[in-house]
Each structure stands twice: as structure tokens, then as C-alpha cells.
Write a protein that binds this ligand. Sequence first.
Ligand code: NAD
Ligand code: MN
Length: 364
Amino acid sequence: MKTYRIACIPGDGIGKEVIPAGQEVMEALAAAQTAFRFEFSSYDWGGDYYRQHGRMMPDDGLDAIRDAHAILFGSAGDPDIPDHITLWGLRLKICQGFDQYANVRPTRILPGIDAPLKRCGPKDLDWIIVRENSEGEYAGVGGRAHQGHPIEVATDLSVMTRAGVERVMRYAFRLAQSRPRRQLTVITKSNAQRHAMVMWDEIAVQISKEFPDVTWDKELVDAATARMVNRPASLDTIVATNLHADILSDLAAALAGSLGIAPTGNIDPEGRYPSMFEPIHGSAFDIMGKGLANPIGTFWSIVMLLENLGERRAAGQLMKAIEKATANSALHTGDLGGSATTRQVTDAVCAYVAESSETLSRVA
Ligand code: NAD
Ligand code: MN
């Protein structure tokens, strides 16, 4: 039997609620078959760790999780610590330290979810956004001078490298090629940003030649927001820079019904380092500690984790259990207009996983 080592980092806020819920679901999946098991290690990094130690995670923290098969992450963000410290001190330290350069974000309208677009049915919205996750606007290059004086200056420099753009473009084309529609939209802003974004466009043309069977087009990021609302079915796979995709994927999550459902994977496509899976939502200060967080975003992220490990059957089994839960409005949490608790949704998904494996073993 295979053993997968999973590093769990709940982090802050509702991360501390949804990650343990995710572990329960993973235990249910492991109990349901004999091909693999999980070995969890948990790390208490985040805001509380910062208050004790003056940093979000130990300086050599990456070494502790380097040998994991995958990382399950909650949220970095504390009401009393500035966001740039929590984000850079934990989440981005892992993403950049492990060169997880492709951030992959699927969006679909799951069964039973009342999505806000009135002319958009579940079949019209099936996207996967690839976000450049290692450089660009979030390269961290810049600084401040004359702090506090009238002549103060501050810069955030967007850094794009040919190697960095080529690899994420190639990843996106390959992902588009693996999906039924074989269609990619490259998001750009090369009308206004005439250096890096022009190189971005040129590299898209170059890489597209490696994928003659993928149909692709280009869209300016501002126009892309309108297209997502007005013509959702015209999109399939989407690739964008770090900042652009950050914004577009929150819009995507909202159009699919709730931020509480949306999953993501920070992938090192070369497998040199563990990849990290997390719900896209943050710490949700307004509901933290109350047991009301929607755990579905975490569960769907675990589906992505399982696919990344090559456990397709278990991934499919969990996705079915998730869809069975969303289809039942009694299992909707507050973000979906319901009153279900994290506990109730978790228990239901664990039960569906157990049920489906009984069915599978009867068929076998
Ligand atoms: P947020 O995602 O925490 O919350 C936005 C809104 O959505 C809130 O009303 C919240 O209650 C609701 N919501 C989010 N997830 C939910 C869930 N699972 N179930 C039910 N409702 C849910 O975004 P924010 O308010 O912009 O950020 C709060 C903190 O989280 C900040 O410190 C921010 O930096 C951090 N953050 C971290 C990450 C991350 O680590 N990946 C992502 C986003 C925000
Ligand atoms: Mn974001």
C-alpha cells in the first residue's frame, strides 16, 4: 500500500476549520480503499506563530515540508498583522521557494448552486484559469525611499522573464490540449504595458506553434471581465499574469456561486518540489471560529491534490461526493444562502465517500 506524506498548514482564520475538515475527508477516502493511505504532518505556522516568534514560519521551514508528496494549505491572514507580512511570510514563501510556477484554478457551477448570472447555465461555465505564480507583478522587486517625507517614492516592479513566461505558456497550452474543447485564451494588457506584456504576447505566438491542435485567442484583461459575464461559454482554458489572474479568478469564483467553493493548486509541473493545494478564499474574519465556513473549496482542492498524485479514481469519487453535497440545499453554508455548518457538510461528504466505495466494491 502506498503512503502519501501530506503536510498540512491550516494557517489563520477559517483555515484552522477547513483544513482539519479536509483531513477528515482524506481519512474517509483512505479508509474506503486499500491502494493508499495518508500520513499527515501539521504545522502551526501563521499569525499565532508570528506573535510568538516574530515570523510567520521558521526560517528553515521549507526543509521540514520539502519531502512531502503534497501540501494542503488553509489561509494566511490575521486581523492584527498587516496582510503583506502574512502573505509574503508564509504563502508566497512556499510558492516561490518551491517554484510552484503554475497556479491552476478550475471554475464550474456545481449542482444545486444558484449562480448569479441569469443567462448562464452550468454548461456555459467550465473554465480553468492558469495563473503565472512565480514572477510578474508579484516578483517582490521594488522599494521605498524618503519614507514619511513629502518626496516619498514607492515602486513595485513587475518582472517578467522569457523563461518564466515560456514555461507557464507551455503549461497552459498543454492543459488546454488535454481538455475536450482544446481552446486557450491568453489574457494580456499589451496596449498599455508596452514592454513585458508585448513579450508575453510574442511568446504566446511562439509557444502556440508547438500546439497546432489548440485553438487560441488573445483578450485584454479589462475586456476579459466583460466577456466572462456576457459570453462565459466562449471561454475554456485561460492563462494570465500573476496579478491579472488573481483578480479574474475571484470574479470566476463569484460567477460560479461563491468564493467558499473555489479550489486551487500551486503546481511545480516538473515535480522537483511538492505542489500546494488550497481553497482560494482567505481567513474570513467575519465568520472565523464559529464553525460556519464552507469546507467545499478545501475538498475540491483535495480533488486536485489527488489528481496531482495520480489517484484519479479517488479524485473522481470525492468530486462526486462534493456534487452530491452541493445538490442538497440543506447542506449549503451561509455563503450559499443556507445555514449548514462546517461539521454538517464534512460529515455528509465523508458519508458519501464511504457509501460510494461500498457501491464500487459491490460492482467489482
Ligand atoms: P476572504 O476570502 O477571507 O473573505 C471574503 C468574504 O467571503 C467574507 O465575507 C467571508 O466570510 C466570505 N468567505 C470566504 N471564504 C468562505 C467560506 N469558506 N465559507 C463562507 N464564507 C466565506 O477575503 P478577505 O476578506 O479579502 O481577506 C481576509 C484575510 O484573508 C486577509 O488577511 C487576506 O490577506 C487573507 N487572504 C488570504 C488568502 C490566502 O492565504 N490564500 C487569500 C485571500 C485572502
Ligand atoms: Mn486572490
